[in-house]
Write a protein of this length. Structure first.
Length: 152
């Protein structure tokens, strides 16, 4: 059993901030709401959530599965626009209440290192951030944040 993502079970209001043009030097952000509902499975070794973006016209789902041999999580994303899992999952773990997950991705033809971070976790709130590095992890540009607030 793994309890790293137990904090995420339930329903959340989410404030998204997404950089309009990542890796261009742009500082223009798009802010939009979402509702996320999260459930666990495999006695804590698996978790999935559905996120509805009412102003964007699509939904997404994150699947997280814990590999006990490697002691790390694999995180996979799929959304209703494409209907297929993203090409590259991210992998990582929690240390001292902070989760860091890394993978390789292509963004508009540019190979990037991708990082997800879970932090500021309380019983009623949590922060998720996505960042890209196009220079071998020397610098990171945060391009999407999700501030979660628990419903009810």
């Amino acid at each position: 059993m793994n309890s790293d993502f137990d904090f995420l079970h339930g329903t959340w209001d989410v404030v998204n901030r997404r950089l309009v043009k990542p890796l261009t030097g742009s500082t223009e952000w798009d802010e939009f709401p979402a509702i996320s509902t999260c459930h666990g499975f495999f006695n804590g070794a698996g978790i999935f959530d559905e996120m509805i973006f009412p102003t964007k016209g699509f939904s997404g789902m994150t699947l997280r599965v814990f590999d006990p041999e490697r002691e790390q999580w694999g995180i996979y994303w799929v959304d209703s626009r494409l209907g297929t899992l993203q090409a590259a999952p991210v992998f990582g773990r929690f240390t001292d209440g902070r989760g860091e997950f890394y993978g390789d991705e292509t963004h508009e033809g540019i190979s990037v290192r991708m990082r997800y971070v879970w932090s500021e976790i309380t019983p009623t709130s949590a922060l998720w951030e996505q960042a890209f590095s196009a220079d071998g992890e020397k610098t990171w540009e945060t391009n999407w944040t999700m501030a979660h607030t628990r419903r009810g």
